[in-house]
Write a protein of this length. Structure first.
Length: 166
C-alpha cells in the first residue's frame, strides 16, 4: 500500500505537515510519497497511478477561501477535464484560520467536494486545523493521520476481502 500526500501550500505549512506525517507514520504504511501539487493535473488520479494507493490531500486555504496557487492547476483540471474517479480513496487535511469564519478551511473543502463530484470516495471526515488556536498543525495533523490511516487500511482490507468472497 502506498500513501500519496498531495500538498497545496503558499507558506510551506502544509508541506511541513506532510513531512511530519511521512516521518511519524512510516510504521503504519510501507511507502509514503509527498507530491507538491505544482504542475499536477487530474492525471495524478488515473487508475494506473491510484492502484494500491491512498491519497491524502493536505492543503491550506488562501485569499478569499481559494486553493493555494500551486494547487490551482490540479483543482481546475478536475473541472476542465472531468473523469470518473471511483477508484480513488482519499482523506483531507484542511488548514485554515477560524478568524476567517466565512472561508475557514475552504481549500481542503473545495478539493473534497470536487473529488466527491467525480466519484472518488473519502474515508473518514475532513480534518480541519485552526491556526488561531496556536496549536501546531504538524503535531495535530500527524495524530489525526495515524487514526485516519488505521481506519483507511481497515476499510480497504474489508473491501478487498469482501471482493474475494464475492
Amino acid at each position: 500500500m502506498k500513501l500519496k500526500i498531495l500538498v497545496g501550500t503558499m507558506t510551506s505549512t502544509a508541506d511541513y505537515v506532510a513531512q511530519a506525517i511521512q516521518m511519524d507514520c512510516a510504521d503504519l504504511i510501507d511507502d509514503i510519497e509527498i507530491m507538491l501539487m505544482d504542475n499536477l493535473d487530474i492525471s495524478a488520479f488515473h487508475a494506473n497511478q491510484a492502484e494500491n494507493a491512498l491519497y491524502l490531500i493536505c492543503t491550506s486555504t488562501y485569499g478569499q477561501g481559494d486553493v493555494p496557487d500551486n494547487a490551482r492547476a490540479l483543482y481546475e483540471s478536475m473541472a476542465a477535464q472531468p473523469q470518473f474517479l471511483g477508484h480513488v480513496r482519499y482523506g483531507v487535511i484542511a488548514l485554515g484560520d477560524r478568524t476567517y469564519l466565512q472561508t475557514f478551511c475552504f481549500g481542503g473543502k473545495k478539493f473534497d467536494e470536487r473529488l466527491q463530484d467525480l466519484g472518488a470516495r473519502r474515508i473518514g471526515e475532513v480534518w480541519c486545523h485552526d491556526a488561531s488556536t496556536g496549536t501546531m498543525p504538524e503535531t495535530e495533523g500527524t495524530e489525526w493521520c495515524r487514526q485516519w490511516l488505521t481506519l483507511a487500511l481497515q476499510t480497504l482490507q474489508t473491501a478487498a476481502s469482501s471482493q474475494t468472497t464475492a
